[in-house]
Structures are given as structure tokens and as C-alpha cells.
Design a protein around this ligand. Sequence first.
Ligand code: KIV
Ligand code: ZN
Length: 501
Amino acid sequence: MGVKIFDTTLRDGEQSPGVSLNVEEKLRIAQQLARLKVDVIEAGFPIASEGDFAAVQKIAQEVKGPVIAALARTSFPDIDRAWQAIQEAEKPRIHTFIATSPIHMEFKLQKSPEEVLQSAVKAVERAKTYTDDVEFSAEDASRSEREFLCEIFTAVIEAGATTINIPDTVGYATPGEFGELVKYIYDNVSNIDQAEVSVHCHNDLGLAVANSIAALENGATQVECAVNGIGERAGNAALEEIALALNTRQDYYDDRTNLELQEIYRTSKLVSQLTGMDIQFNKAVVGKNAFAHESGIHQDGVIKERTTYEIMDARTIGLEENQIVLGKHSGRHAFRDKLKELGYELDDEELNKAFKRFKELADRKGEITGLDLEAIVEDQFGQSLQVMDLKLLQITTGNGLSTATIHMEKQGEKILKSVCSEGGPIDATYEAINQAADLDCQLVIFKIDAITGGKDALGHVTVKVEHQDDVYIGRGVSTDIIKASAVAYNNALNKILVASG
Ligand code: KIV
Ligand code: ZN
């Protein structure tokens, strides 16, 4: 049986604390999700903000293949705004929701069950005037009265909902109980054969994937999930874990997804980089240690026969060994072909820039891996919105003093700043960039990773900068970590400048 994968990385995932993506970044993730061949991309919640609207609209205009869904509460302005955002999509869906549990209806909505039911029906009818594809979610379904849930699902299907979604909004359900709830709905909603049955599980007790799988075992046909399991609080069910559970245990599950599994690793990395949310080392499927073997007995077993200790092949998710793919003598053609293989299609100007960086790196490192190439191109995409360009950075440091001199170009204007600080070189650099940008902002997170091993590895710096209650993520890549730090900080400040017009 086919299972539909409804990806909510850009909506529920983007609601993760500390995550904020701009329109370009959301588009890049949506394009990658299309490559991964998810069935539905929930692109955002258009009424929530102008930025959300713009991102959903852009994705609807540009991303082909999956259904593009927009979230809306049951109020008409929400639904109208959702439609405005997705109307140009190849396959648009309006996803409307209202809470159905006694606690939410009484305290949050202050509405009676009858009012909630009417509101849901009217919302679905309104959405149906725009598109045939309408999903209805009963928020906090797992803590709702079962009879009421069945009543509201029957009514919204009657009104035209083509998908009904059963969220475990607060991650309270357990697998046996949640599977049973799905079965109860199949048995007690008379017109259920006219709708897809979807589930949306949160991970507060670490049971989101188990609950989703239990729902599939009981007939659910769509599962809502997010890449790397990101989302509100402890997150949503992790897409890659559901996909690999169904794929690895084909002997046990009949369900199949349409996913291009080889794109999983790349999607996971992209989401982690753009959101600034690290993947825990021991995370199933995509964690750094997921295919690593430490104990001698395990290593010995794997060398003799991989399947002694590996139930999945890393290549299934597109995780290749960190192979050398190009060297310093490689030319443009080889470079372009390799990028194509990695899924990047650059125009001539972008290719020239990337090639120049590749040559610089190859001169230092000699051997370039796929991870290096991805880092160069991702960094280049990330730096495309420059209001303020860091042209030169010079550092002197010693005896407890550091001086950073920068040459910045801000909308054609040349700015020179020199700052001497009792802190380290990065402190001095950031203060110089602050002075050039003339912004009141706060560095809240600073992180350095190495892209590959070795002392000549590319350093990848991620920063989070707070400005007027919003958080902006900046990234920078260089073999020189002070330069990478400066580029990352400048990248975040550029996003603030772009956002503030
Ligand atoms: O968790 C939830 O209930 C939701 C709904 C909007 C589907 O995210
Ligand atoms: Zn949710």
C-alpha cells in the first residue's frame, strides 16, 4: 500500500525555537523536498506574517511535483490568505485546523463543541470554493472525546474535506492507544472511505515515530513528519526514521513511500545547516554515529560481513564515504559534472564564482571531497543576499590584545573600521563589523564545525544573532576560521539589513 509523506519541515519544523528561515532558504529546502519526492510540502502558515506569506507564494510558484499545502485556522481571513499564497501552485491544498479537545475548546478557544464543529464545517466549505484539495485537522485529537472526533470528521468529510488529520499535538499518546484511535475512527466515521486518513505526531515522549507507525498499521494513509524530526518543542515525527523503518522492514510492513531515499542524507544536512539545528550524533538514520562502529567486535563483524551489525546500507540514504572527488588539477568540466551529480545546477556566473573558490581550496588542500564541494556551493548560495560585502579582513593578535581592520562595502560605499579589543580576534572582528553595519544586535550563538577531518579542513561557522526579538542565522565557510567567523557574522547582519528594508 502507498503511504503519502506530508512534510511539515517548513511549517511545524520552522516553529522550532530559535529557527527562522528567509524566503530564499525556504525555497531551497522546498526544492530539495521535491527532489526527495515527498507527496506534500506544507510550505507555511501564510496569515502568520508577511514573510511566511511570501515564502509560501514563492514555493507555490516555483516548486513542481508535490502538492503545496498552506495552513489556516478556521477563520475566513486565514483561509482566504492561504489561498492567495498557494493559488499558483501546480497542486494546491488548503489545510485548516481547529482544536477539538475539551481542554483546548474550554480554555483556549472558549467555544462549545457545537461552535467548533460549525466553524470546522464552514472553513472546509470556504476552502472548497477555492480548491478541491482540502485537509482538516482536529488539533489535540489524541486528548479529544472519541465520539466528538468522529462527529466532526464525518461532518467535514460531508462538507468536502479530502484528508482528515489526527494530530497527537502534545505528544501524549502511546503507540497501542494511538493505533487503536485510528482504528476507532475508521470504524465509526461512516464516510471515511471518501478521505485520506492522516496522522501528525509530536515527540514529547519520544514516541512520535512509533505512534505514526502504529497509525499506519491501523490503516492511516498519510503521515505528517519533518526532516530531522524538527518542530514545536521536542519536534515532529522524523521523516527519515519513518521512511527507513518502512524500507528496512519491508518484510513486515506492506506500506511503501514514494520517496527517493538517496536524497535523505542531503536533505537532512541542508535542513540542519539552514536552520542552524545540529543533528545529535546518535540520531537514528542521519546522525554522525548512525553507521559508525566503535567496539572491536563490531568492527570485526562488519569487515567480515556488513550485515552482522548494520541493518541499513548507508548508501541507501545517499551517504557516501567521504571520497576524494576532485583534485587541484581538475578542470571546469569535471567540476561542473561533479556538482551536477551532487544535485547542483549553477548558471555561468554562479559556476565561475564557485570554481574560483574550489581552485583556492584545492591549492591549499590538494584533495577535495563531495562534502567540501557541497560546503562551497551552500556557502555561496547563503551569501547571495549581500547588502554589506566584506572585502578585506586583517587581524593582529598577541599579549591579550587583538586588532581587526576591515574594509566593508555597503551599498557602494566604502567603509573602513579598525577595532582594538582586549578579547580575542573574533571579538575584535565582530565589533568592527557591528560598527560598519550600525545595528543594535546581540550575538546569541556561535559554533564552529570542521567539514572534513584534518588540519586543512574547511571550518564551518554558524552564528545566531538577535535583532528586535527576531533571530537571524549566519553561516560562513573557510579554511581560515577567523575569516569563516567574520563571513558568518556578516551573513547574519546582511539578513537583518535585508529584513529591515
Ligand atoms: O500539532 C498540531 O496539532 C498541528 C496542527 C496544526 C496539525 O501542528
Ligand atoms: Zn504540530
